[in-house]
Design a binder for this molecule. Structure first.
Ligand code: TRP
Length: 461
């Protein structure tokens, strides 16, 4: 499409790139926030760090760190109304801000792009497992058998490639349909679907004999367990689970209507995310404990422990298929948000059509993902990177760029952006809450973000 036609098309839209309602924003942002972390990380760190005592600590960290940073991202996005790069450019020139702050926009956008590249590979595993469970491959599987099935998958580059390609294709398809027709519509269908699948699993879990043990593990308060490790885990996870530091929430904020309250919307997103994480624990642990298995963290729990449980339970094929379907949906709504900042940037910088921009980002992230695809095979170690390509990208993005991005964003919103802009974005008619936010964002949140950053660099262990 030529430039001229595109402009006409853009002008032809009455409200280009805006969510149709506040609920659409809340669903899309929750879709980004609810991801693999809610399913395989939160329940386990809660169980192993003091149950409901940990949950209280986690809620404090959400309030003091994650929600203020989320509000900062959304606020910056809505003030700039462009991709992260465009937004920082615009805010710097509009308010006479030192231009080096533009690096922030690049940092968060590149982090999102890098994460998308390997996120798609891991999401591909979940898709592959939908098929495997549906075909009954896990019926009466042993622990060794489950491990072998997993190894078979991740050590087969061709199969991984196929799933990675399929997942990225789906992501591009949704993103290329635009904010309302793609992102919004996907979130409106996928989020409720995800909650329903989760509820089915929870209800099933309540009827298993391991349910009490699960509730006990997840909720029994143990304030003695709240040590320095629990604090750092709560802090890091609160930040991670709200998908901060990659410009995703910033770009979603750019599409938020002027009259929607940022504080209220962000609070809703954090609440939904937490509810889903708790439900995930109530869905997963009864399966684990009813089969005398050990709860664990991450990939092992989802792809090796749970399949054993599905193999032994009545209706296990059905439940397992639901579970991996759920994981796939959760990953899809997160992947969309990872792609959006770069897509928006290509559209505004290169004047590309939406479809072309989404396809370009998708193909580039897909190509970078090939590095992760081969990372799980035997000879994948690259000495220069001190590990496989996947390990390197994951570390650089998750442990360095993401917390650094979050720290810079909160400093920018708290100290650099003119106070009048902040009060105006957050305020509406209120004066008190914005003032409280500003105090948190200036003094408390950056300090805690610095802790997250040092911890993820391994400097606080
Ligand atoms: N929030 C996601 C989860 O809980 C993971 C995640 C972290 C993410 N950063 C992100 C997702 C950025 C999308 C964009 O699993």
């Amino acid at each position: 499409m030529g430039d001229g036609i595109e402009k006409v098309v853009e002008q032809g839209q009455s409200t280009p790139n805006r969510w149709s309602t506040r609920l659409a924003f809340v669903l899309a942002a929750s879709g980004s926030a609810v991801g693999l972390g809610n399913v395989w990380k939160f329940p386990y760190i809660t169980g192993s760090h003091g149950g409901s005592a940990f949950i209280l600590l986690y809620l404090l960290c959400l309030a003091a760190v994650a929600i203020p940073v989320l509000m900062a991202e959304v606020m910056i996005g809505r003030e700039g109304r462009m991709s992260p790069v465009g937004t920082f450019d615009r805010l710097c020139s509009q308010h006479g801000i030192y231009r080096r702050w533009q690096i922030c926009g690049w940092l968060v956008m590149i982090a999102g792009f890098v994460i998308l590249s390997f996120y798609s590979v891991v999401a591909g595993w979940a898709m592959a497992y939908v098929v495997r469970t549906a075909m009954g491959q896990f019926t009466w599987v042993t622990a060794d058998g489950a491990a072998a099935i997993f190894a078979d998958l991740v050590e087969d580059p061709e199969r991984l490639l196929a799933w990675h390609t399929l997942f990225m294709g789906l992501t591009i398809l949704i993103v290329s349909r635009g904010v309302r027709g793609g992102l919004e519509r996907a979130a409106a269908w996928l989020m409720p679907a995800l909650v329903v699948l989760l509820l089915v699993l929870v209800v099933y879990g309540t009827r298993l004999h391991g349910f009490r043990a699960a509730v006990d593990y997840l909720l029994r308060p143990d304030f003695g367990a709240l040590d320095h490790g629990a604090f750092l885990a709560a802090l890091g996870h609160a930040f991670f689970t709200l998908s901060l530091g990659v410009g995703a929430m910033m770009t979603y904020g750019a599409y938020l209507g002027r009259n929607s309250s940022i504080g209220g919307s962000c609070l809703l997103v954090a609440t939904l995310d937490t509810v889903v994480a708790l439900l995930a624990g109530l869905a997963i642990f009864p399966l684990v404990f009813s089969n005398g298995l050990e709860p664990g963290l991450g990939v092992g729990l989802a792809f090796q422990t749970l399949p054993i449980a599905f193999g032994q339970l009545p209706n296990g094929v059905f439940l397992g298929t639901l579970f991996f379907g759920l994981l796939t949906l959760a990953a899809l709504t997160s992947a969309i948000s990872l792609a959006e900042p770069a897509v928006a940037w290509l559209q505004e910088r290169r004047r590309m059509s939406r479809v072309k921009a989404a396809t370009s980002v998708g193909i580039a992230a897909w190509a970078l993902g090939l590095g992760s695809v081969v990372s799980f095979t035997e000879h994948s170690r690259i000495d220069l990177l001190a590990g496989s390509i996947y390990e390197f990208l994951d570390y650089a993005a998750s442990n360095v760029m993401l917390p650094l991005g979050g720290l810079l964003v909160i400093l920018f919103a708290g100290w650099v952006l003119p106070r009048s802009v902040v009060l105006d974005q957050l305020g509406g008619n209120h004066r008190r809450w914005p003032a409280i936010w500003l105090r948190l964002a200036r003094y408390v949140t950056p300090g805690l973000m610095l802790l997250v950053f040092l911890e993820s660099l391994g400097l606080l262990a």
